[in-house]
Write a protein that binds this ligand. Structure first.
Ligand SMILES: NC(=O)c1ccc[n+]([C@@H]2O[C@H](COP(=O)([O-])OP(=O)(O)OC[C@H]3O[C@@H](n4cnc5c(N)ncnc54)[C@H](OP(=O)(O)O)[C@@H]3O)[C@@H](O)[C@H]2O)c1
Length: 359
């Protein structure tokens, strides 16, 4: 595929790192945003071009996508954007990658699939969570029997306002089930309790692990035919769970009205506990099989730039034609070994290890 990778939101926290990696892969990049000065600074630092674009303006979005081989969306909140940028990219003859997007964007696209989807790939949720959270555990699903998979994702990082709105809107059974477990082919509600003040390999100090069976994990468990999967979101303190509970209890206000409280709660965690994030997955073999448990652990100082790295790898794979046409989730469409090899040498990864834990 010829043409630039158009990074919408390329001057943001996620987008900036995506631009750096795409340039490192030797791909030409066009950076888009409403603030041309900010986009221009990132473009200058990375030998690329900058274009003023407001994604909610049809004409400027169309002009931004024209001539791109792939459009990578790093603007948010994705629950306001939905499939808007994907449709513009596909109708311009480009592939598409979204650092977020998630179920609602894929559903919106699927309701009236554009013609371009039969020729180009559209990859959603190409970040850390969702994204690597569903992809890395697949390293453990290599044919050896697994009786139970436990996944822990989280830590202590600042949350952007765009992400806070996304997180506030991803609520309800469509997105996942609190305290549920995947067991024998179905969701078993009210099966797990939060693990409070525990220590986990790769996570700093004592943390709280809150069970949340996300749709990403349901997809992973059902595709792999896993007998059991437990998924936990890990928090450094109660600050964020409390802020989310307060926001969700207030039906009168829009999610935007509560975004500042989420941003503040995450900032307090970082002030008190530093900045760190991890993905940890354990695969337990069937009892009596003679096999040993295996785990994969990834640690990063910050999930936002690492999401940019994942989004850039996804855009490279789409540009190279390595992803089949159609709408996909990154955790299912990308090759876990390819991504792991790439991440192992990335400065935003402090550790990526696989092996048998002494646990
Ligand atoms: N999957 C994951 O793990 C993960 C992790 C982190 C973030 N994310 C997602 O990634 C997205 C970006 O997060 P972020 O923290 O990087 O946000 P950010 O720092 O606020 O950056 C957003 C970028 O989008 C641009 N933008 C915003 N509205 C725009 C519009 N109407 N038209 C054109 N450009 C626009 C902004 O530039 P201008 O203001 O100049 O327009 C900015 O460069 C969010 O959807 C977030 O939920 C996903």
């Amino acid at each position: 595929m010829t043409g630039s990778v158009g990074v919408l939101g390329g001057a943001g926290t996620v987008g900036r790192t995506a631009v750096e990696r795409l340039r490192g892969f030797g791909l030409p990049v066009r950076i888009g945003g409403r603030d041309l000065d900010r986009a221009g600074e990132v473009a200058e630092a990375n030998g690329s071009t900058a274009v003023r674009v407001d994604l909610f303006d049809d004409a400027s979005l169309e002009a931004f996508c024209a001539g791109c081989s792939v459009v990578l969306n790093c603007a948010g909140p994705s629950y306001r954007i939905l499939d808007r940028v994907a449709r513009a990219a596909l109708s311009a003859g480009a592939g598409y990658v979204d650092a977020a997007g998630d179920l609602v964007a894929v559903e919106a696209l699927a309701q009236d699939p554009p013609a371009g989807l039969s020729q180009h790939a559209a990859v959603f949720s190409a970040g850390l969570m969702p994204g690597l959270s569903g992809l890395l555990p697949r390293l453990l699903l290599d044919g050896s029997p697994v009786a139970r998979l436990d996944v822990y994702v989280g830590g202590s990082v600042e949350i952007s306002a765009a992400s806070a709105v996304d997180a506030l809107l991803t609520r309800g059974p469509k997105f996942g089930h609190a305290l549920a477990v995947w067991r024998d082919g179905q969701v078993a509600q009210h099966s797990l309790a939060p693990l409070r003040s525990i220590t986990l390999p790769g996570f700093h100090g004592r943390v709280h692990a809150v069970p949340f069976l996300s749709t990403e994990m349901i997809g992973l468990a059902s595709a792999a035919g896993l007998p059991e999967l437990r998924n936990y979101t890990v928090y450094a303190t109660d600050n964020l769970p409390r802020a989310f509970a307060t926001a969700w209890a207030d039906d009168d206000e829009s999610p935007e009205a509560h975004a500042a409280a989420i941003v503040q709660a995450a900032r307090r965690d970082v002030e008190d506990h530093g900045r760190h994030y991890a993905v940890l997955a354990y695969a337990r073999p069937p009892a009596g099989s003679g096999l040993v448990p295996r785990r994969v652990l990834l640690r990063t100082p910050d999930s936002y730039p690492l999401s940019g790295v994942v989004a850039a790898i996804a855009a490279r794979e789409v540009a190279a034609g390595a992803v089949a046409p159609g709408a996909h989730y990154a955790s299912e469409a990308l090759n876990p070994q390819t991504v792991a090899r790439e991440l192992a040498g990335d400065p935003w990864v402090s550790e990526l290890a696989q092996g048998s834990p002494a646990r």
